[in-house]
Design a binder for this molecule. Structure first.
Ligand SMILES: [Ca+2]
Length: 480
């Protein structure tokens, strides 16, 4: 019989190894803003602004050029990110209450020993679950002197919302248990409508002439009814609450559209500038605290946004400006500094990514795929070449028609099912998506192939049109 000390050594050695491995597990800092389009980040080639702190992440990490939201609107995107599942399976197709009893990546990480925190805009109505500490804005929240909800009740914090959310996040880091890795979700409200910057950043843009997008005066020739019918148009639908005062009385038509665009973008970009400053504060804190080396940092937004593109603001549509999420990742020792990734990622990939980063198996019911191989600069041979999109909120706040579709590396096919109308774009020849080719006989083969791919993806993702009928949609109005 072997001696007791030998057995003890045998049992303790793997335990010690496990403990050592656990101590080295990377921290995860996930920073997400609300409605921040990639084309308002200088690392993405913005013509509009300079974002030096976000550029730091791109310079020291990886810039993903093709990461997309599978349902481009605030609440559904958040549910997709937490669950790794599409809207029809996570139960949040519109602005309805998230069932916090379902599995989420926060719960998995917390159970595996991560110290978990959630600060800022939550927008899922139910209280956060899976977080050791949370302080969230009720509903959309306020830009100035906002109220917050937390396990202990409600409190108002004086100041500007983007600064406060950063303060709360840093406080969480300062007070974290030293023997646990952390998973921190820092969710900014900015730059959500109605774009209220603080005085310092407003002054930076107040008199600045912002370049106009090439498609500001898009007249929608050849497109379906959906874009014409929507009420997310810069000229017709931005009101004095958005422009912070009425336009000069003499302005009409194109001149009025230009004026509204300027007022909209000056405030939007000023809100972004505060986000950029505050990302810098968090990065500085990581460096000062000696946490930078073992922390994966992500910056993203819950979807993209139309910055006057196609004459629009807001998101919802499956067009590129709306669905494309900025996605910058710094992970020292794993991600090559200054690298760029063009493989297509989707927001249901985030949860599987966090699982793999934490050394955990990806649950079989998550529908996304871990981005870790891409972070390592590898592109698996079977990486996706197409993905599925579905937007439900019709008519919603902007009379935007429900639609679903497929995007490949080169094409996009969109079906507005309540209108029974289709759009097809060649993203290589027409990246601005101005020419709907659906009726072009020369595209018949392409249309047939894309329709087959659309059906294949729907089946694979178990989308049985669960929420296709408007009467089947959950309540669209959450408690504020
Ligand atoms: Ca949003």
């Amino acid at each position: 019989m072997r001696s007791l000390p030998f057995l003890t050594t045998l049992l303790l050695a793997p335990l010690a190894a496990l403990q050592a491995a656990a101590a080295k597990r990377p921290n995860i800092l996930y920073i997400m803003s609300d409605d921040h389009a990639a084309h308002a980040i200088s690392a993405y080639g913005s013509r509009l602004n300079q974002t030096p702190n976000l550029d730091r992440l791109a310079k020291e990490g990886m810039r993903f050029d093709r990461v997309f939201a599978v349902n481009s609107i605030c609440t559904p995107s958040r549910a997709c990110i937490l669950t790794g599942k599409y809207s029809h399976l996570n139960g949040v197709p519109v602005f309805n209450r998230f069932d916090g009893s379902q599995p989420t990546v926060a719960k998995y990480l917390q159970a595996a020993g991560y110290h978990t925190g959630m600060f800022g805009k939550w927008h899922l109505e139910s209280d956060p679950t899976g977080f050791d500490k949370w302080t969230i804005l009720p509903g959309q929240g306020d830009y100035f002197n906002p109220a917050f909800l937390e396990a202990g009740g409600r409190r108002v914090i004086t100041g500007y919302v983007t600064d406060i959310i950063t303060d709360l996040s840093i406080e969480f880091l300062k007070n974290r248990p030293p023997d646990q890795p952390f998973f921190l979700m820092c969710h900014h409200k900015a730059p959500h409508r109605n774009w209220q910057p603080d005085a310092k950043h407003r002054a930076m843009f107040a008199n600045k002439e912002i370049p106009e997008p090439a498609t500001l005066f898009d007249e929608y020739a050849g497109r379906t009814d959906a874009i014409r019918e929507c009420t997310q148009k810069v000229l017709e639908n931005l009101g004095s609450n958005d422009t912070k005062g009425p336009p000069p009385a003499a302005l009409l038509g194109d001149a009025l559209k230009r004026w509204k665009y300027q007022r909209y973008m000056q405030d939007y970009l000023a809100c972004v500038q505060s986000v950029d400053d505050n990302v810098g504060r968090l990065l500085d804190y990581l460096a000062q605290a000696g946490l930078a080396e073992n922390t994966l940092v992500i910056y993203t937004s819950d979807q993209g946004f139309f910055l006057g593109d196609h004459g629009l603001y807001d998101k919802r549509f499956m067009y590129e400006e709306s669905i494309r999420m900025p996605f910058l990742v710094r992970w020292p020792g794993t991600v090559k500094p200054g690298s760029v990734q063009s493989a297509m990622g989707i927001n249901v990939d985030f949860a599987p990514t966090f699982m793999e980063v934490a050394g955990l198996p990806v649950p079989a019911d998550m529908q996304g795929r871990s981005l870790v191989p891409l972070l390592k600069g590898e592109r698996p041979a079977d990486w996706r070449t197409s993905w599925y999109y579905r937007y439900y909120h019709d008519p919603g706040d902007h009379n935007t028609r429900a639609h679903y579709g497929v995007r490949t590396e080169t094409h996009k096919l969109i079906y507005f099912w309540t209108k029974d109308q289709w759009e097809l774009y060649d993203l290589v020849k027409d990246p601005a998506e101005l020419h709907n080719l659906y009726q072009d006989p020369a595209q018949a083969d392409t249309v047939a192939k894309l329709k087959a791919e659309l059906q294949r993806l729907k089946k694979e993702l178990k989308d049985d049109d669960q929420f296709a009928d408007q009467s089947e949609l959950p309540s669209k109005k959450p408690r504020q």
